[in-house]
Write a protein of this length. Structure first.
Length: 153
């Protein structure tokens, strides 16, 4: 009997998510049909969602791996921190892109003191703040280095 981790149908949802990311990466590659489309805010919102879900998965994997295998658990915890840093940068990039519903010259930054203007800003900022809460609980400022867990930039 084969191990479940070697089975062709082990973790089918992760495999499907990876296939989706791979397909999207290929779709963004330069082609003969013209220049690639620039990234938009909706694209970064979806990417941020993917990163934060993988971030949660790494958090759980690190917690369950650390007791029996401390070195591997520490590596997963480090990956967890780096993934948070990537999600934080995607969130920052989201706010730097122009918003088609905001007048020119109006700021598009995240403002935690008031509700964002609606989807996708509302969803990305809420998701980012929730993930940031977990990060602040489980990591030290030294672990995060120069990256911030705050929503406002």
């Amino acid at each position: 009997m084969t191990s479940p981790t070697h089975s062709n149908d082990a973790h089918p949802y992760l495999r499907a998510a990876s296939a989706g990311v791979r397909h999207h990466t290929r779709a963004l590659a330069p082609s003969d049909t013209g220049p690639p489309r620039p990234t938009d805010r909706l694209h970064l919102d979806v990417l941020h969602a993917h990163l934060t879900f993988v971030h949660q998965l790494l958090d759980r994997l690190a917690e369950t791996t650390r007791p029996p295998h401390p070195a591997a658990g520490r590596r997963l915890a480090t990956a967890h921190t780096h993934l948070w840093q990537a999600a934080s940068e995607v969130h920052a990039a989201f706010h730097l892109l122009p918003n088609s519903t905001v007048a020119d010259g109006e700021a598009t930054a995240c403002r935690p003191e008031r509700l964002p203007e609606g989807p996708p800003v509302l969803t990305i900022c809420q998701r980012h703040l929730a993930a940031g809460h977990i990060v602040r609980r489980k990591t030290t400022p030294t672990d995060l280095r120069a990256h911030t867990t705050a929503c406002a930039r």
